[in-house]
Design a protein around this ligand. Structure first.
Ligand code: DGT
Ligand code: CA
Ligand code: CA
Length: 572
């Protein structure tokens, strides 16, 4: 067990003890010890393994902490902590992430109102139950309610791309575990949601113990939140949670369906089952009258039992999928193989890390048939944006390159032209009209009022030289909200002036989001899924854009850069 994990255990113990009203001196000792151990240059395990060095010689580590360390290193757990966790659910500690809510107040909430997690706490605040407690009041209640959002959101959800690399590590970790017949990631991750609250792993195995023992040795685990016969939950060092469930083969499909969610989708699924005299849970589909098992080994079987075709996880959000299924019109969702071109990328001419030639080579070796080079325009001084002269020079370079390339690959002369704060484009029409492909983008003045930003973007959409609006809402996931923009006006104008809207595939942007992708499709506005690559590696993010597009229900024909080179050329 590494130092970070030991420290986390000690902190958790201290938090829970405080929650239970224990002696503050002991708690302080655990917390001090945790802090010291976190910053220790050497591993606690190796200090314990040598005879010439003692843990208690280190400032801040007393006898009690040293003993706990010994137990943790020897056994991987703390009996005292495990006992407490049997009485108090670990979710009470989520309450401690609320700014201004300490363990004492949290303990009162647990004891008096039986509140064990943030959801219950929010409900109690809204019902004005919290203000009635001794030492609370309307003001505290308001502070808590505001703090719940902070504790619940900023802290915990990670970007899909980060969840994907974690899932790769986990797959690797389980790879040679022979007890596993099948392993799938369920939940919001499988649905391709742009952020993921926790990872849900589902395993088909007859030997849950071996699978869980293997899970427990995943090195990024900081603490085991709980472990039962078939279910285990852990927290990683960064606080992220992973749930593992082990099911028998006849239930695997039912469990995969159940734990893939979304909850709203599953509410409809269960309702439909009920109407047919069936019952669906994570173990299978059963006849209501005699509990006879009907299906459950595969998802197809589960859906088929209630007369539905298999529905792709990305659209299981109770939006349109049931309507589509009933009319036999489920969309054939786009895949990365459908993509032929990439219409947004940068080079060393501005803030890219790879040269024009390197980007072209990389795109070709990825199997793309065309790309647009779209460096920044001059307004973006920080990125060394291109003025007229430098841009024309880059374009003549591209002309030369195209002359040498064979005819099945093409580089388009493009620009990511800034939409100025005062309105209008950063480069004159005489220049833009010489481009093959113009992206209009807002980078400055993002805090302007709604009317002003909307008008700026409308101006770009109406400009006959602008082909596409890049990252139309400007949001950065978990960092910056979309700017104030009237999207209904943007869609109406894009439709009228035949301007394309981008789905920027950068995992921090994914802009348009899934719902807006669906709106674009409804309005028959083509979407361009672009990487906005600033390096060769940056071309790799196409997959994330594809996920988001699938969530929006987009098919190959809804996306402009699925066109073959010839078709794209004739559409320009
Ligand atoms: P997340 O983790 O917040 O990004 O979102 P999900 O969708 O992965 O939610 P999660 O991890 O709480 O649960 C995974 C799926 O399991 C969820 O989509 C539906 C199902 N599920 C979980 N808890 C419940 C529950 O209490 N009732 C029902 N009906 N389904 C549940
Ligand atoms: Ca989840
Ligand atoms: Ca979960």
């Amino acid at each position: 067990m590494n130092n970070a994990r030991i420290a986390e255990k000690l902190e958790q113990l201290a938090d829970l003890l405080e929650f239970q009203g224990s002696n503050p001196f002991r708690l302080r000792a655990y917390r001090n010890g945790a802090r010291v151990i976190k910053d220790l240059g050497e591993s606690v395990a190796s200090i314990l393994a040598t005879s010439d060095q003692k843990l208690t010689d280190i400032d801040g580590i007393g006898k009690g902490v040293a003993e706990k360390c010994q137990t943790l290193v020897n056994t991987g757990s703390l009996p005292q902590l495990d006992e407490i966790l049997e009485e108090v659910p670990a979710t009470v500690l989520d309450m401690l992430r609320i700014p201004g809510l300490g363990p004492k107040k949290a303990a009162v909430l647990f004891k008096e109102l039986n509140i064990a997690d943030l959801e219950q706490l929010a409900a109690a605040c809204e019902a004005e139950e919290v203000r009635k407690l001794d030492g609370f009041g309307a003001k505290t209640e308001k502070v808590i309610l505001d703090g719940i959002e902070i504790a619940a959101s900023a802290n915990q959800r990670i970007k899909w791309a980060n969840a994907a690399s974690l899932s790769d590590e986990l797959k690797q970790h389980f790879t040679d575990c022979e007890a596993i017949a099948r392993l799938e990631f369920a939940g919001s991750f499988r649905r391709g949601k742009e952020t993921v609250g926790d990872l849900d792993i589902l395993v088909d195995s007859g030997d849950a113990k071996t699978v869980m023992d293997r899970f427990a040795t995943f090195e990024r685990i900081a603490s085991v939140i709980g472990r039962g016969d078939t279910k285990m939950s852990v927290r990683l060092e960064d606080g992220f949670q992973i749930d593992l469930r082990v099911v028998p083969p006849e239930s695997f499909g039912a469990a995969l369906q159940y734990f893939s969610g979304s909850k709203d989708h599953n509410v409809v699924v269960r309702g439909r089952a009920k109407q047919m005299g069936l019952k669906i849970n994570e173990w299978g589909v059963y006849r209501e009258e005699d509990n006879q098992y009907v299906a459950g080994a595969t998802e197809e079987e589960v859906y088929s039992a209630i007369n539905l075709p298999w529905i792709a996880p990305e659209i299981r959000e109770a939006r349109n999928e049931f309507d589509w299924a009933d009319r036999d019109q489920l969309p054939d969702l786009i895949t990365e193989e459908d993509i032929c071109g990439d219409l947004h990328m940068h080079t060393t001419a501005t803030d890219g890390k790879a040269t024009l030639a390197e980007m072209i080579d990389a795109a070709k070796s990825r199997g793309l048939k065309y790309i647009a080079i779209t460096d920044h325009s001059k307004r973006v001084t920080m990125a060394n944006g291109l003025d007229e002269k430098r841009l024309l020079k880059q374009w003549s370079e591209i002309d030369q390159i195209n002359n040498q390339l064979d005819l099945n690959f093409r580089v388009f002369k493009g620009i990511e032209c800034d939409i100025l704060e005062k309105g209008g484009m950063d480069l004159p029409d005489e220049i833009l009209e010489q481009a093959d492909w113009v992206l209009g983008a807002v980078h400055y003045g993002q805090n302007q009022p709604r009317r002003q930003i909307t008008d700026r973007i409308l101006g770009a959409i109406e400009n006959p030289h602008v082909d596409c609006i890049a990252h139309p809402t400007g949001r950065l996931i978990n960092k910056r909200e979309a700017y104030e923009v009237a999207m209904d006006e943007i869609f109406a104008a894009a439709k009228k002036y035949k301007t394309i809207l981008e789905l920027n595939a950068n995992p921090a942007r994914l802009d348009l989001n899934d719902v807006f992708c669906a709106t674009a499709k409804t309005n028959k506005i083509p979407v361009a899924i672009n990487t906005d690559a600033h390096s060769v590696k940056g071309l790799n993010v196409m997959q994330f854009g594809i996920k988001q597009a699938r969530r929006g229900g987009l098919t190959k024909k809804d996306v402009i850069n699925t066109k073959t080179l010839a078709n794209f050329l004739s559409s320009l």
